[in-house]
Design a protein around this ligand. Structure first.
Ligand SMILES: [Zn+2]
Length: 423
């Protein structure tokens, strides 16, 4: 789970406030995804700020340095866990307060140099903040969140002072035993991303995965200006049709449903078996299912954003703020059930759009599915079935999702986006 959630931002883009918050954001996003909790999702507000980031994940050849990297990793995470427990129990979430409280002791206790001590504190404080936030938004049926802890194989945070690119394929990393140089194994795409002068390099995370080290380097740049357009493509998200746009294009959920059912059946079988190897297979399977879903979401979002670019239109999505508080049923249920997949699709659309200068509008979803896009008559009875919309007033008949998407494309944005958007 952790690895695939991280993948969400790998080699891709997310948008955020300023470069100092990049890692903050990555941690927060990861935490939100891990909790699979629709209410704790806070990607969208960040879209309003000025810079965008992307992460390049690069495989490292650490030839001869495994032992020291592993030792550094273990000590770094031990220190981060200790810092997190201090901040957790003393209710510290302020970076400066945390720094003064733990800096000296981190260095003396764990023998970390000043840069690694600072990075361990950064990692710990971010995790504590993210967990506190989840705790605030915790549902009654969820268990209370506890202080974050990091295993000996957890990631190591590097900032501009503790890592540096030496040449195109060499990187210098700070360890317990001074600096070491590792070779980066770059594909063409990664190489091009790395040398692109329009992007600035920020920090990096050293990640160990199944015996291999990866360096996830973060880059940032100013957000491109949004294109100026008054035309909008509306997008309706659903289960039967994963996405439907106001031009009439639909992305069927039938295939996704079939695959899901197959996984579901297989999962039940394995759960019945219950052996150690069955559990291992279950875990593997959940990774595959997530990758499948992610791939589907990438394709849909890519197609929609491309369409917006070509036709010079903005995209409009339903603003799901407070949808759980609303009493009108059905529609919110369908989001709740697949909330994680929906959240991911919305996020993909949002950051791909930001990258392509396509404005994204989040609109009030109320009545979009029961209003006639031809005459404006709003009636529950207009929606004849899941698939069919038939206006009780003018007799206009259309695919129900397309009708909803057309309405979404026309809803005026009443409030400034900065206050209205929030997953
Ligand atoms: Zn009508």
């Amino acid at each position: 789970m952790a690895s695939s959630a991280k993948l969400l931002i790998k080699n891709n883009l997310v948008v955020l406030a300023d470069s100092s918050q990049i890692l903050d954001f990555a941690t927060a996003l990861l935490a939100a995804l891990l909790s699979l909790d629709f209410s704790s999702i806070f990607c969208y507000p960040l879209l309003m700020k000025e810079s965008i980031i992307r992460t390049i994940s690069i495989k490292l050849d650490v030839n001869g340095h495994e032992a020291i990297l592993q030792a550094t990793q273990a000590r770094f995470n031990e220190a981060a866990s200790w810092i997190a427990s201090i901040c957790w129990h003393e209710h510290i979430t302020n970076t400066n307060t945390a720094h003064h409280r733990v800096y000296r002791e981190t260095r003396s206790r764990f023998g970390l140099g000043s840069q690694l001590a600072i990075c361990a504190r950064a990692k710990a404080v971010e995790a504590v903040k993210a967990t506190r936030k989840k705790e605030q938004e915790r549902k009654p049926y969820q268990k209370p969140f506890t202080c974050p802890e990091f295993g000996p194989r957890g990631s190591v945070r590097y900032d501009e002072r503790s890592f540096s690119l030496k040449s195109l394929d060499r990187v210098s990393l700070l360890t317990l035993d001074g600096r070491i140089t590792c070779r980066m194994i770059l594909g063409k795409r990664q190489h091009d991303m790395l040398i692109d002068p329009t992007w600035q390099i920020g920090g990096a995370d050293l990640v160990w995965k199944r015996g291999t080290y990866y360096l996830n380097i973060t880059q940032h740049k100013d957000r491109p200006e949004e294109m100026d357009t008054s035309d909008t493509i509306g997008i309706d998200l659903g289960i039967v049709n994963l996405a439907t746009d106001s031009t009439g294009e639909t992305f069927s959920g039938a295939h996704v449903h079939t695959v899901r059912m197959r996984y579901h059946k297989r999962r039940q079988e394995l759960q019945r078996v219950g052996t150690h190897s069955a559990k291992r297979r279950l875990k593997k399977m959940s990774g595959r299912e997530e990758r499948f879903q992610k791939d589907v979401n990438h394709k849909i979002s890519r197609t929609l954003v491309r369409k917006a670019v070509i036709s010079r239109k903005a995209l409009a999505l339903e603003d799901l703020t407070g949808i759980q508080d609303r009493v009108t049923v059905r529609r919110e249920n369908r989001y709740e059930r697949h909330s994680w997949a929906f959240y991911q699709l919305r996020c993909f659309i949002a950051y791909k759009a930001a990258w392509a200068s396509v404005p994204v509008r989040f609109v009030d979803p109320r009545n979009t599915s029961r209003t006639c896009s031809n005459c404006g008559h709003c009636d529950k009875a207009n929606r004849q079935s899941q698939a069919t919309f038939l206006c009780q007033q003018c007799g206009f008949c259309l695919n129900a999702d397309v009708n909803a998407a057309i309405n979404i494309s026309r809803v005026p944005v009443k409030v400034p986006l900065a206050t209205s958007v929030r997953g």
